[in-house]
Design a protein around this ligand. Structure first.
Ligand SMILES: Nc1ncnc2c1ncn2[C@@H]1O[C@H](COP(=O)(O)OP(=O)(O)OP(=O)(O)O)[C@@H](O)[C@H]1O
Ligand SMILES: [Mg+2]
Length: 370
C-alpha cells in the first residue's frame, strides 16, 4: 500500500499520472492540458459514458466502491477533482494512499452553502444577507427578517440554478419549502446586481497564487451563457475581486484552482455568491486568451510545479453551446476568429453543456493585475 506517497514538497514529474475524480468536460480539458505537459491522466467516474474517458485512462466505479478507490489511488501519483460533490469517505480513502489536492477542507466548505457563506463572512468577505432554513417555520422567520424578494436554495447539491426558488411578493411559502424536498436550505436576500463577475485563482504547493483577470458572466435560463474577459469594471473593483479570491485560497490552504462567483451591486459593492475549488466554466476563455490556461495551472499546482503566467494576451468572449446549439458546429468552424471546443458528449440534451466557442479581440488595455 505504500509507493506513490511523494513527499509534499516534491514536484511530481512529467510522466507521472494525475488522478481526476469526475469525468465531465472539466476533467476532459484537464487531461488535455496534462498531456501537453507530458502527464497521463486517469479518470474515475461512475458514468461509463463520460467525455473525459475519451482522452484518459478510465475507471468506471461508484464513489462508494472502496476496492476500486484503493486500486485507483495506487495507480496514480496525485488526485484532483473536477466537481465538488464527492463523499467525505471517498476523499478519506484516497488520502490514505496518495495526496489529494485541493484538500478536503476546501471541498467540504464549497459543498454546503451554509458552511460556505459562514466561511466567507468569517474572513470579513461580504455576501448577501442570509439565514439557515431547516424547516417550514424557519422559512417564515427568515423571510420576515430578510424581506421579499429573496432566494431559497438547497444548502447542498445545487448547480445551474437547480434547487433554488425566488420568493417574490406573492410566492407561497408552503410551496417554496416543499421544493426543497425536506433538505436543509439557505435563504438569501435578493441582490439587485449590476453584473455578475468571477475570478479564477491558482495556488501552488509553495503558497504562491496567480489570479486570472476578472470576467463578467451572463446567464440564460440559469445557465452560464457568455463570459466576457476582461469584465468592464473599474480597476479598483477588479483588484478587490482578485484579492477576495486570493485571500480565500490562502485561508483554505488550497492547492489547485479556486473560482469565486460574485455580484457587483447597483451600489458598486462586491458581494460573494459562491466558490468552486476546481476548474470553472467562466475560466474556459483562458485556454485561448492567456499565456497559461486554468487547466494547465491546475496541473502545475497539483504536481507541485511553479505556476505559469496567467496574463491575458487577448480580450475574449466565451459563449457556451447548450443543447441543440452545438449543431452549429459547421458554421462555427467556418467563422473566422471563432475557436470551437466540443466536449464529445454522445447525446444532445436540453440544458446540457455540449461545447463552447471563444472569440478573441486584441487586448484592450495594459492591466497587469495578477
Ligand atoms: N441572492 C441572489 N440574488 C440575486 N440573484 C441570485 C442570487 N443567488 C443566485 N442568483 C442568480 O442565480 C444564479 C445561480 O445561483 P448560484 O450560483 O448560487 O447557484 P448554482 O446552482 O450553483 O449555479 P451555477 O452552477 O450556475 O454556479 C446566479 O448566478 C445569479 O444569477
Ligand atoms: Mg453559481
Amino acid at each position: 500500500m505504500k509507493k506513490k506517497m511523494a513527499p509534499d514538497d516534491k514536484a511530481i514529474a512529467p510522466g507521472s499520472t494525475i488522478g481526476v475524480i469526475g469525468g465531465g468536460q472539466l476533467g476532459r480539458m484537464t487531461a488535455l492540458a496534462a498531456a501537453r505537459l507530458g502527464y497521463r491522466c486517469h479518470v474515475y467516474c461512475p458514468e461509463a459514458d463520460s467525455p473525459a474517458f475519451h482522452v484518459a485512462q478510465a475507471t468506471v466505479a461508484a464513489y462508494e466502491d472502496e476496492a476500486a478507490l484503493a486500486r485507483f489511488a495506487e495507480a496514480v501519483d496525485v488526485v484532483t477533482f473536477e466537481f465538488e460533490n464527492i463523499p467525505a469517505e471517498t476523499v478519506r480513502i484516497l488520502s490514505q494512499h496518495v495526496p489529494v489536492r485541493p484538500n478536503w477542507r476546501a471541498l467540504e466548505t464549497a459543498q454546503d452553502r451554509l458552511v460556505e457563506k459562514s466561511f466567507f463572512n468569517s474572513l470579513d468577505i461580504a455576501t448577501a444577507p442570509w439565514r439557515p432554513v431547516l424547516d417550514r417555520a424557519g422559512l417564515g422567520r427568515a423571510v420576515a427578517e430578510l424581506g421579499r424578494p429573496c432566494v431559497l436554495k438547497t444548502a447542498r447539491f445545487g448547480y445551474d440554478g437547480k434547487g433554488q426558488v425566488k420568493i417574490e411578493e406573492t410566492t407561497d411559502l408552503d410551496q417554496a419549502w416543499a421544493g426543497m424536498g425536506g433538505q436543509p436550505a439557505i435563504l438569501e436576500g435578493f441582490v439587485d446586481f449590476e453584473r455578475e463577475v468571477s475570478v479564477v485563482v491558482a495556488r501552488g504547493l509553495d503558497g504562491n497564487a496567480a489570479c486570472f483577470d476578472v470576467v463578467e458572466n451572463r446567464h440564460r435560463h440559469h445557465i452560464l451563457d457568455v463570459t466576457i474577459a476582461p469584465a468592464p469594471i473599474p480597476h479598483r473593483l477588479a483588484g478587490q475581486a482578485q484579492d477576495v479570491a486570493r485571500r480565500t485560497a490562502h485561508a483554505l490552504e488550497l492547492v489547485g484552482l479556486l473560482a469565486v462567483e460574485m455580484f457587483i451591486g447597483k451600489d458598486g459593492r462586491l458581494l460573494v455568491n459562491e466558490m468552486a475549488p476546481r476548474p470553472h466554466n467562466s475560466g474556459h476563455w483562458t485556454i485561448d486568451a492567456c499565456l497559461t490556461d486554468q487547466f494547465e495551472q491546475l496541473v502545475r499546482a497539483v504536481c507541485g510545479l511553479p505556476l505559469g503566467c496567467p496574463e491575458r494576451h487577448s480580450d475574449a468572449v466565451m459563449t457556451n453551446l447548450i443543447g441543440e446549439e452545438v449543431n452549429q458546429w459547421l458554421p462555427l468552424l467556418a467563422q473566422k476568429g471563432a475557436r470551437l471546443h466540443l466536449y464529445g458528449k454522445s447525446e444532445v440534451r436540453a440544458g446540457r453543456k455540449m461545447g463552447h466557442v471563444t472569440r478573441l479581440r486584441p487586448r484592450s488595455d495594459n492591466m497587469t493585475n495578477h
